[in-house]
Design a protein around this ligand. Structure first.
Ligand SMILES: Cc1cc2nc3c(=O)[nH]c(=O)nc-3n(C[C@H](O)[C@H](O)[C@H](O)COP(=O)(O)O)c2cc1C
Length: 403
């Protein structure tokens, strides 16, 4: 059954009901579909299923307390920022009441209060608890907040009577999760061209000048844009990573080839995101034969490569142009200057000499500059997460341009 939930981040909140065992199956389905899953459990939930069970079944991490000295002390907030969806299953009458009232007195309710993304609640309880006036009122409050519910259904409860209050089956909860997560097709109508990786500038048949770009940032943007419904063209220099499926890949080596490849598609493109590390200079002379070693030092004459983004900016029409600024000093000032000079809509500034976000890393730390807006400084995050943030800004720019 599992469809593609790759790169989706699901936080499952488990409260203390007998149906907690059903989350083992739900977790397996989500993991199988490629989602990253973290679990947060109330103390009562741990009486029904141990945290270890969820770790063993593929949860990235399981949190049971805010006061665990071995863990990140701000986990209750950072997990809330991490998740694309918060699923509360099974949801006891108690956690539903706390959600409705805004109570934050243990790890799950605290994370729920700190989370402002979509929530899915799967209630499970005894029929009298479900029909209780307080529970009905609390459910109404959750619905008014736009919180989605799945179940409960009528069936055999733990007390063996057949009545309403049984948690929806894991397959039903999974379907609801899928529906919510896959509805983010906000780039569906758009064609996005992403450049990635280094360029390679040869000076004889066996040697070249290049740089350390891994291509991971551009590939992450291409993949997330495709997942969000865009038609993606990825113009890539030589890299050692696998391209995402479902994107049109154009392999190039030099800056000249990159410009030519973009120009061939440019007319049909809505957004260009230039993450590629394009060489500013190339060797002026290309030797058809391998250059021989001599006894003396050698000088190499370099000539300027085309300024791709400035060339594109001259014929931009209504296109959105996004650049990347990679600097090792005075990053923000240089990025802002580049954005204005090259007439970009947006620039992402990053410094790969910082610890933890070096070339080739899966993480990045960036500041986003959007024309006419204050810069946003982002914390260190995975390149996929940063890709999502960049595309969120791109969507806003596209909507602004439409007006
Ligand atoms: C065996 C057993 C099963 C329970 N099943 C449920 C249940 O399905 N739904 C519910 O709302 N409460 C159930 N409870 C009561 C909750 O565990 C109790 O209200 C607890 O305070 C909930 O804490 P929590 O919401 O922090 O997890 C059950 C209690 C026991 C002892």
């Amino acid at each position: 059954m599992p469809s593609n939930l790759k790169n989706k981040k699901v936080l499952i909140g488990i409260s203390g009901g007998i149906a907690a065992f059903k989350i083992c199956e739900l977790l397996r389905m989500l993991v199988k579909a490629g989602a990253s899953v973290r679990v947060v459990m109330t103390e009562s939930a741990s009486k029904f299923v141990t945290p270890l069970t969820f770790s063993a079944l593929g949860a990235e991490s399981v949190s049971t307390s805010m006061w665990d000295p071995g863990r990140d002390s701000l986990e209750h907030v950072s997990w809330a920022d991490w998740a694309d969806l918060f699923v509360i299953a099974p949801a006891t009458a108690n956690i539903i009441a706390k959600m409705a009232a805004g109570i934050a007195d243990e790890v799950l309710s605290t994370q729920l209060l700190a989370y402002d993304g979509p929530k899915l609640v799967a209630p499970a309880m005894n029929v009298k608890m479900w029909n209780n006036f307080a529970t009905k009122r609390n459910i109404k409050t959750l619905k008014e907040q736009g919180i989605e519910l799945v179940g409960p259904t009528k069936g055999h409860l733990a007390s063996l009577i057949e009545a309403e209050g049984r948690m929806a089956e894991p397959t039903e909860v999974y379907k609801s999760i899928e529906k919510i997560l896959q509805s983010k097709a906000d780039l569906e109508k758009y064609r996005i061209l992403v450049t990635a990786g280094p360029t390679v500038e040869p000076f004889d048949p066996v040697r070249f000048i290049s740089n350390r770009s891994s291509g991971k940032m551009g590939y992450a943007i291409a993949e997330i844009a495709k997942d969000r419904g865009a038609r993606v063209i990825l113009v890539s220099g030589p890299v050692a990573i696998t391209p995402p499926s479902g994107v049109e890949l154009v392999n190039i080596e030099t800056a000249d080839q990159m410009l030519k490849a973009i120009e061939a598609k440019y007319k049909y493109i809505d957004v260009v995101i230039m993450t590629a590390a394009v060489a500013d200079y190339k060797p002026k002379i290309y030797s058809r034969q391998k250059i021989k070693k001599t006894k003396s030092d050698q000088n190499m004459l370099m000539t300027k490569n085309p300024d791709i983004i400035s060339t594109l900016a001259k014929r931009r029409g209504r296109k959105i142009l996004v650049g990347f600024a990679l600097e090792t000093q005075n990053l923000k000032a240089a990025a802002q200057k580049k954005m204005l000079e090259k007439k970009l809509d947006m620039i992402v500034a990053n410094n790969p000499t910082l610890k933890g976000v070096e070339f080739g890393s899966d993480c990045n730390k960036a500041s986003i500059f959007v024309k006419g807006k204050r810069a946003t400084d982002l914390p260190t995050m995975t390149k996929s997460d940063l890709a999502g943030k960049i595309l969120d800004e791109v969507i806003k720019l596209l909507k602004r341009k439409k007006k």
